[in-house]
Design a protein around this ligand. Structure first.
Ligand code: KG4
Ligand code: ZN
Length: 342
């Protein structure tokens, strides 16, 4: 069965076609980063309006790239939450309208389920069970994943998400929005040991995280730098590298602790921060030492996209977890939706 999937939970409009046997056929994405950069963050109303503008042209693109027409599609999937209410409603209403007009089933998908199954689109495909490190702009969670739909929360952040820590420190350093990739780029030419920044909850006995203290520590260092007339570009790069080092060290240590606690040997990394090269490299080398493997989605599928939504729906269909009959096409979105409640 071919599934057409829509993602519109935040500032990316994503559409994709996935075949439940053959995998990804085509996907197309429009990022609103340039539009929101002007305001230093996502403006929800603008995000919704832009999704409205983009979603149909992207759908046409995907159908043509996949070489299919709407009559080949067997089900429509969309992100039902969590995310921005207005933005989610755009994808949900377009998906439900197409499904209703073609008399197809519509499948609501949890955004984080999309992220955590997305590394299975890459080769080698991680087999179940595995530990998933979900690191996005809004979430930092360690999950035990036994199968599609079987998720157990092992630990999560008590305050800021890892992506938020990247974004907020990047903003402090004047790197604009979204700061994660910019901070990672600047960090490449900095010394990660130059600033002794805190590693919050590194040695706590649980698998929870906390990143808000790190932001305060960076703010203090940044103030000191501003008071110093000899400030130069390299010190900024050193601070970026030291911040990245602190975030990555905590993420790696907690991931290893989660593998030890569960006795599992596979770690799947998903979400925007999973694109971070320092995190990827350090996880690969540390996990190799303990005989475990790290799995990542393809780089272009780390951040939000429609492929992960269509793919999660396909996996649910393959497992018989979706009711494909008798839909009335009324719908709801859930801006706050714990993964444990799907
Ligand atoms: O998964 P995602 O696209 O959106 C959410 O669901 O939140 O993740 C976006 C987050 C942002 O905080 C962004 O700064 C971060 O992922 N990010 C990165 C990198 N690329 C994206 N953080 C660090 N290094 C990167 N290379
Ligand atoms: Zn996301």
């Amino acid at each position: 069965m071919i599934i057409l999937g829509f993602e519109s939970s935040c500032d990316e409009t994503g559409v994709a076609a996935v075949c439940s046997d053959k995998g990804l056929l085509a996907h197309s994405l429009h990022t609103q980063v340039a539009m929101h950069a002007h305001y230093g963050g996502v403006v929800p109303e603008l995000a919704s309006r832009d999704h409205v503008r983009r979603v149909i042209p992207l759908t046409r693109q995907v159908l043509s790239q996949a070489g299919i027409s709407l009559s080949d599609v067997g089900a429509i999937a969309y992100t039902a939450g969590p995310g921005l209410a207005g933005a989610l409603l755009v994808g949900a209403s377009v998906a439900q309208a197409i499904a209703w007009s073609l008399e197809l089933p519509a499948i609501p998908i949890h955004h984080l389920e999309g992220h955590l199954l997305s590394p299975r689109m890459a080769l080698p495909c991680p087999e179940f069970p595995f530990v998933a490190l979900l690191v996005s702009g809004g979430h930092t969670q360690l999950m035990r994943v036994d199968d599609v739909g079987q998720y157990e929360l092992l630990g999560e952040t008590l305050d800021d998400a890892a992506g938020e820590a990247f974004d907020k420190t990047a903003k402090l350093l004047g790197l604009g929005y979204p700061g994660g990739p910019a901070l990672a780029k600047l960090a490449e030419r900095g010394d990660p040991k130059k600033f002794d920044l805190p590693r919050p909850m590194l040695h706590s006995p649980n698998l929870d995280f906390s990143f808000s203290g790190l932001k305060t520590a960076v703010m203090i260092q940044q103030k000191k730098m501003l008071e110093n007339p000899d400030i130069n570009g390299n010190i900024l790069a050193d601070l970026a590298a030291s911040t990245q080092d602190a975030i990555v060290e905590v993420l790696v240590a907690k991931s290893i602790a989660a593998l030890k606690q569960t006795g599992l040997k596979r770690l799947v990394v998903a979400g925007g921060v999973g694109a971070n090269q320092s995190l990827r490299q350090r996880l690969l080398s540390r996990l190799k030492r303990i005989g475990a493997g790290a799995y990542f989605p393809p780089l272009d599928l780390c951040t939000d996209n429609g492929a992960m939504i269509a793919y999660a729906a396909a996996q649910r269909v393959n497992r018989g977890l979706v009711d494909l009959t008798g839909q009335d096409h009324g719908f709801n979105v859930m801006p706050r939706w714990p993964l444990s409640q799907i």
